[in-house]
Design a protein around this ligand. Structure first.
Ligand SMILES: [Zn+2]
Length: 246
């Protein structure tokens, strides 16, 4: 996603003409909405690529496994195949291929919090965003709320809280800035490592009943939050409110 955003940067600031050669791309009606507009920014937010155009028009590209953005100088040979979306400027031609989801932003992506993996995101900015949220929320729920901070899945949540020694059941208001920073720093660095192909060693995720690598206490698990994701934690290393587990 971040690579795709970088590839599209040459088009930023340019007025584009947009077409959808692929019939499946036409269904999303992205091209007529952005045709003739100036591309103001392209950024990766979580698993979405957001293309903002003048007039407050936003296109969201969620690339699954086969989706691709390609960029080349304008005026080359015709494309082989039918891209879902073509953005042309006087100098560049960007094409989107096999992008199953490419549509006008419905407002959800716009509301995404800072992406933990984005180079421009500082841990301080994430902590600030969390501090603006309801302090009564459980930290194990808040950190996977993509509106507060984007990019943290359930496994990373469990692992980063264990490394930061924060209970997933702690209220946001009871977790210190230092604890948040420690957890998020570890999480970001481990997630970046995973992108480069490093295999993370799991301390708590899906290890309920087995010994904590730090203290030997049995790992616990229980559903947490509205989506009832399973939280994993060490009750000794991550002390917090008493939680009954079966
Ligand atoms: Zn422990």
């Amino acid at each position: 996603m971040h690579r795709a955003a970088a590839r599209l940067q040459p088009l930023v600031g340019e007025r584009v003409s947009a077409t959808s050669p692929n019939p499946r791309g036409q269904v999303t009606r992205g091209a007529p909405a952005v045709d003739g507009r100036v591309l103001e920014s392209v950024e990766a937010v979580g698993k979405n690529l957001l293309l903002r155009f003048d007039g407050d028009v936003v296109v969201r590209s969620h690339l699954r496994m086969n989706g691709r953005w390609r960029v080349r100088p304008a005026g080359g040979t015709p494309w082989r195949g039918a891209p879902w979306l073509v953005l042309r400027t006087s100098r560049w031609e960007a094409t989107q291929w096999n992008g199953p989801v490419l549509r006008l932003d419905d407002g959800r992506a716009r509301a995404l919090g800072p992406d933990l993996l984005a180079g421009a995101t500082t841990i301080g900015a994430v902590v600030e965003r969390l501090r603006a949220a309801d302090p009564g929320r459980l930290i194990g729920d808040a950190l996977v709320d993509q509106r507060l901070v984007a990019g943290i899945g359930n496994m990373w949540l469990a692992e980063l809280l264990w490394h930061g020694q924060v209970s997933p059941w702690a209220r946001l208001g009871d977790v210190s800035d230092v604890e948040l920073q420690r957890s998020l720093e570890w999480g970001r660095s481990a997630m970046r490592g995973a992108i480069k192909g490093e295999r993370p060693s799991r301390a708590v995720y899906r290890r309920a009943g087995r010994g904590c690598p730090r203290c030997g206490e049995p790992i616990r698990s229980r559903g947490l939050g509205d989506a009832n994701r399973t939280a994993y934690w060490c009750p000794r290393c991550q002390p917090g409110p008493a939680v009954r587990t079966s």
